[in-house]
Design a protein around this ligand. Sequence first.
Ligand code: TMP
Length: 240
Amino acid sequence: MMKTMKRLEQLYEGKAKIIYATEDPNLVIQYFKDDASAFNGIKKGTIVDKGVINNHVSNVIFKYLEDNGVRTHLVEELNDRETVVKHLEIIPVEVVLRNVVAGSLAKRMGLKEGTEMKAPILEFYYKDDDLGDPMINEYHIKEFGLATAEEIEFLREQGFKVNELLFEFFKQRNIRLVDFKIEFGRHKGEILLGDEISPDGCRFWHWETGEKMDKDRFRFNLGQVEEKYQEVYQLICGPA
Ligand code: TMP
């Protein structure tokens, strides 16, 4: 029944996805594009079939998280690029989890990328493109009304739980989960995990070779962008 769910008007277009309304106001369709952007939109490009890969990869991960007690927006995959999800009121706070030093943390702390850490780090960023998603803490979140103290506590708890589950999930698939970003939203009095979990918003290093298999290949022109996204797809979703 669901597989025939019709797409109605476009509600929102982001850098990598389009959100469409459906006949049910509680449900929307996430359409995954091949468009890639980095450095807050300064670098733009296309990663061929990224939308298909991210849609499938994200759905496998969300299903695994659901099976392990994390409530998510996932309803049903419609086709290669479209998935029905619960309509969320997105909380404008990006939750970043880190297991290994990389990216902006390496820069901020003056540390070498790949530096091991004793325990995971959780960070909050204000989801605002015009401001370049600045880092914030719980005082900013409370003061400026982005989320309540209770919600912040839930985001933190869920963030660490998702990290623990995913670190093991990826390890079993020969991938080192270096860091990632997740987003949450409100739906009928509940907070659900939303957006996507894919090579666009995670750092994945091959467990043995250390090779980067994520959007850093696009960001820093490392080449083999499509190949590495495909490799992640194979490791997560099995042979095509
Ligand atoms: P960072 O090292 O640039 O702060 O990013 C940490 C991780 O979170 C990395 O896997 C990319 C992801 N991320 C996003 O996808 N979007 C964002 O807006 C931010 C701040 C991080």
